[in-house]
Design a binder for this molecule. Structure first.
Ligand code: CP
Length: 305
């Protein structure tokens, strides 16, 4: 049984193969419309989502399979007190593969120990979001033509942003990546990432407080939302939520071929005027998420057959 819980569960070679498969699905979509006929994907979302859940469901439908599931814990028996372990034990009797999002870090891992079907972590608390990472890697490779030799700026909530944590881990295995961390002091990346990724692999990174002082250097600017749902104190959220707002004025000094990524949803951190700039990749990125999830569903079903 093959699960995807952490981006590091996939080797670099496997990631490259998944991205190649996603590229082929984009180029030759008709080849793939029946590969999951008779298969079912369950989406168990204990936390809100638009892109991840719907792109998983669209992915399975476009592969010829079917979908079932729930989009909030309120509409499942977890509202009656059922455990995650019992929920997946039961759902894996009904579905061939399961995508799960949960506010508690480690819940999809626990589910993978009990499930009779492959589990895909669709986001666990502030921890990991490996399918967003695959989406981001596919987007970077399609926009830049490479995954090595880039300067990437991560901006915003680097403390709670699980997409940032997962992408940093995944990129640490590629050559010549220069990391620029743009955040207020309170929202810097967690200590465990500094120790387990940067210090352990002897990777240096720059830490700054403003976009302006680094925008000229960047090949990729990865913007993030301040994660309201992870704050203990609303006053802190209100104080920090609009720290960074990327607008056309800020982009004046940026490279002509900068790629602006954002996992979305956006709140205020990218002005709507930026959407029409060719450097804005975030809606293409959301579309790439469907194709790379098609590739992942195919791989995990094949390896768990
Ligand atoms: N990027 C992302 O995870 O979006 P959703 O929360 O809408 O799924």
């Amino acid at each position: 049984m093959r699960h995807l819980i952490d981006p590091m569960d996939l080797s670099v070679q496997e990631i490259d193969e998944l991205l190649d498969l996603a590229d082929d699905i984009i180029a030759h979509h008709d080849k793939y419309t029946k590969v999951c006929e008779g298969k079912k994907l369950a989406t168990l979302f204990f936390e809100p989502s638009t892109r991840t859940r719907l792109s998983f469901e669209a992915a399975m439908m476009e592969l010829g399979g079917n979908v079932l599931g729930f989009s909030s814990s309120d509409s499942s028996s977890s509202a009656k007190g059922e455990s995650v372990a019992d929920t997946v034990k039961v759902v894996s009797c009904y579905a061939d593969i399961i995508a799960m999002r949960h506010p508690k870090e480690g819940a999809p891992f626990l589910a993978s120990l009990k499930s009779d079907a492959p589990i895909i972590n669709a986001g666990d608390g502030g921890h990991n979001h490996p399918t967003q990472t695959l989406t981001d890697l596919l987007t970077i490779r399609r926009e830049k033509g490479r995954l090595n030799d880039i300067t990437i700026g991560f901006c915003g909530d680097l403390k709670f942003g699980r997409t940032v944590h997962s992408l940093i881990k995944a990129l640490s295995r590629y050559e010549n990546i220069r990391y620029v961390m743009i955040s207020p002091e309170e929202l810097e990346i967690p200590e465990y990432l500094k120790e387990e990724v940067f210090q352990k692999k002897n990777i240096s990174y720059q830490q700054v407080r403003t976009i302006d002082e680094v925008i000229e250097q960047l090949d990729i600017l990865y913007m993030t939302r301040v994660q309201k749902e992870r704050f203990f104190n609303e006053a802190d959220y209100i104080r920090l939520k609009d720290t960074y707002i990327l607008d056309m004025a800020k982009l004046k000094k940026a490279k002509k071929d900068l790629s602006i990524l954002h996992p979305l949803p956006r709140v205020n951190e990218i002005a709507v005027e930026v959407d029409d700039d060719p450097r804005a990749c975030y809606f293409r990125q959301a579309l790439n998420g469907k194709y790379v999830r098609m590739a992942l569903i195919m791989k995990l079903l094949e390896e768990s057959a």
